[in-house]
Design a protein around this ligand. Structure first.
Ligand code: ADP
Ligand code: MG
Length: 399
């Protein structure tokens, strides 16, 4: 990763207008925000700029309104949540460019914060239309991007603005980039990757990239079944993409060629029905799965073996649960491995970075999310980064 400007590089911003891209795509239910994690992630940058006396204009998208104003996707719906986290009043401006924004800036005092409308109400946002970029930039002096989670999109507010205004990474963007750099960009070796989740098809590019980057690749979850099938294991009724066994073989060959050891479960937890604590639950060698059984988790001995491999590693990057963790007891392998990784991190022998919607939920479920070196909540952007792609919103910040 090349260098990028941080808030430390900002000169005097007193009275200047900062266009700050944040992630305010908050989950809502019945008109109420159910999780304000993303606001809390943006708060340090907002507060820092405000303390320095800037007029802070928040730019964000909300849902997928596809270039039209819709009342249920107005960012005014999250204003209350933003004010609550920031513990201050925030002005709502129902535009992102033009005279109304200009007038609002005239009313704002130094250090004040305003929330602009959902950028995706304007078709030019997702098209990265230079005219819209110019119109938004006309009201600002500086652009700060603190939304890593939107950095895989080259939109006006995530990419375009960085080319027309002095551009800086916010604190949350900076933390994410530094953590990712430590995990895959320039990691301390040996490096282990743990990849799990339901399907191989959704993570093919992740696996292909990782085998060229890491020393150990642990494959778990439903996707391990496709690899096991490729090795001739009968996986019974398990979730398995039989049409992808050829691809799985190619990935294993590529791993061989680049000296990456692939770890597949040799012991698994199976049952005949997918339910909590099913009567047919048993732990077995992977070669003894019956035709009417499903593999729903990695077995405890196999998890221990993965733990032993992790003990020889300095860096871990993790995406995807080891089993169907939402249903007990198929959370056991994910929880056990999470605890091992957390303990090694606490000891100081492992840098651990994890990401992915279900992965983050699983680590919280295991009670160890805070013990990892870094947890990314970026979803799609995190996965694209794991695929080794250049994220346009990050690239645009590089100097
Ligand atoms: P993330 O959101 O962290 O990227 P994924 O969405 O790829 O993770 O995968 C999570 C899903 O994979 C979970 O819903 C989990 O139940 C499912 N899963 C994991 N292992 C299995 C398995 N052996 N069989 C069926 N589903 C599984
Ligand atoms: Mg998921």
């Amino acid at each position: 990763m090349a260098n990028f400007r941080k808030l430390d590089d900002l000169g005097d911003v007193k009275g200047k207008v900062v266009l700050l891209r944040v992630d305010l795509n908050l989950p809502m239910q019945d008109g109420a925000v159910t999780d304000d994690t993303r606001v809390r992630a943006a708060a340090p940058t907002i507060k820092e700029l405000s303390l320095k006396g800037a007029k802070v204009l928040l730019l964000a998208h909300f849902g997928r309104p596809k270039g039209q104003r819709t009342s249920d996707q107005s960012l005014s719906l999250v204003l209350g949540a933003v004010e609550k986290v920031l513990e201050r009043e925030v002005m709502f401006v129902p535009e992102i460019a033009g005279d109304i924004v200009k007038q609002a800036i005239g009313i704002l005092g130094e250090g004040d914060v305003a929330l602009l409308e959902n950028t995706r109400f304007w078709p030019g946002e997702e098209k990265n239309d230079p005219e819209l970029v110019k119109a938004i930039a006309a009201n600002g002096d500086i652009y700060v991007n603190d939304a890593f989670s939107a950095a895989h999109r080259a939109h006006a507010s995530t990419e375009g603005l960085a080319h027309v205004l002095p551009a800086y990474a916010g604190r949350s963007m900076q933390a994410e980039l530094e953590a990712l750099e430590k995990a895959l960009g320039n990691p301390v070796k040996p490096v282990a990757a743990v990849v799990g989740g339901a399907k191989v098809s959704s993570k093919l590019d992740v696996l292909k990239h990782l085998v060229t980057q890491v020393d150990h690749l642990v494959i778990g979850g439903g996707m391990a079944n496709t690899f096991l099938a490729a090795r001739g294991v009968d996986v019974g009724k398990s979730l398995c993409e039989h049409d992808l066994t050829g691809t799985a073989e190619e990935i294993m060959d590529a791993a061989d060629a680049s000296g990456c050891t692939i770890h597949l479960p040799y012991e698994v937890v199976v049952s005949k029905e997918f339910a909590a604590n099913p009567p047919s639950l048993r732990t077995t060698n992977v070669h003894e799965v019956a035709a009417d059984e499903m593999i729903l988790d990695v077995g405890p001995t196999a998890v221990e073996a993965v733990g032993d491999a992790l003990k020889t590693c300095k860096t871990l990057v993790w995406n995807g649960p080891m089993g169907a963790f939402e249903t007990v007891p198929f959370d056991a392998a994910t929880v056990a491995l999470a605890k091992i990784a957390a303990a090694l991190t606490k000891e100081g022998s492992l840098v651990s970075v994890a990401g992915g919607g279900d992965t983050v939920a699983a680590l919280h479920h295991a009670g160890v999310a805070n013990d990892f070196s870094y947890i990314s909540t970026a979803g799609g952007a995190f996965l694209e980064w794991m695929e080794g792609r250049e994220l346009p919103g990050v690239k645009a910040l590089e100097i």
